[in-house]
Design a protein around this ligand. Sequence first.
Ligand code: NAP
Length: 291
Amino acid sequence: MHFNFKAFYMKCKILDGKKFAEESYIKLKVRSANLLEKIGRKPNLQAIIIGNDPASKTYVGMKERACLKNGIETKTHQLSENVTTNEVIDLVHKLNSSPEVDGILMQHPAPKHINEIECFNTISLEKDVDGVTTAGYGRLSMGINAFGSCTPLGIMRLLDYYNIELQGLNALVVGRSQILGKPMAAMLLNANATVTIAHSKTLNLSELLKEADLIVAAVGVPRFIKSSSLKKGTILVDAGYHPTENCGDVDLDGIEKIASAFTPVPGGVGPMTINTLIYNTISAMEMKFNV
Ligand code: NAP
C-alpha cells in the first residue's frame, strides 16, 4: 500500500480569529487616529437596542467596549419594549441625517411587533455598517460594493488572512438566514467558489457534507454537525456559538484528524464579528471624507 507522507505531515491549521482580530485592531487604531488627526473627530457608531433581551444587551455592551478601546465614538439608544416601528424609523432618520454619525447598528432580534426589516431598510446605505439592509444585500449579490454583514464578512477576512484560496472550491453553507447564511453564500460566490446552500428542508445534507471542500456551519443548533460526517481535508468554519454549552454548531471532537483547517469555538468566528463592525465603521468614515 502506498503511504501518503504528504498527508501524514500535513498539519491541520487552526483559523485563529482571536489572533487575527488582535492584530487587526492595531491597524484599525492607526486608521481611526489618522481620521481624528485629518478630520478632527473619531469614527462614530450609534447602536439601537429595543427591549430587554439579555443576550442583545451583553452583545451591545461588548461592541461598546471594543469601540472605546479602538478609538471609535459610540452611543447606545436603549428603546423601551413598547416603542413603535415608526418611532424606531424616526430615530434611524435622525441618525441618517447627522453628519457626526458614520455607522448605525440596530440590534437583532427586535420585539415581534416591530417591523424589523422596515427599520433596517431605513438605514442609509453609507451607514449600514452591520450589513443588514435589503439594498446592501442586493448590491453584494450583484458583486457591487456594499458593507457586508459582519459575521460572513469577518469569515471572509479570516480565510483571506490564512491565504485560503476559495476559487473553485465546493463550498457548502448550512443555514440561510439573512444576516449569515445568505450573505455568506453571496460572498463565497463572489470569490468564485461553487456554492451550495443547505437549510432545514434539505434532504441530502449528509451527502453534501461528505462532498464539500469548505463548510460554513450557521445552523443555530449546538454540535449539530459531527466532525466524523465531513470529507477528509475539508476546511471547516463554525459560525455558531452557544454560550451555555460553550460550543458551536459543529461537534469539534477529533476535527484536527479530519479537517485541513478549522475555526475553534470559542476564538474562531466570534471575535471576527465585532472586529468587522469596527472595520466597517472606520471604512464608512474614510469613504465619507475620502481619506
Ligand atoms: P437562524 O436565523 O436561526 O438560521 C438558522 C438556519 O439554519 C436556517 O436557515 C435554518 O433553515 C437552518 N437550519 C435549521 N435546522 C437545520 C437543519 N436541521 N438542517 C439544515 N439547516 C437547518 O440562525 P443565524 O442567526 O443564522 O445563526 C446561526 C448560528 O450562528 C447560531 O449558532 C448563532 O449563534 C451564530 N451566530 C454567530 C454570530 C457571531 O458573531 N459569531 C453572529 C450571528 C450568528 P430554515 O431557513 O429552513 O429554517
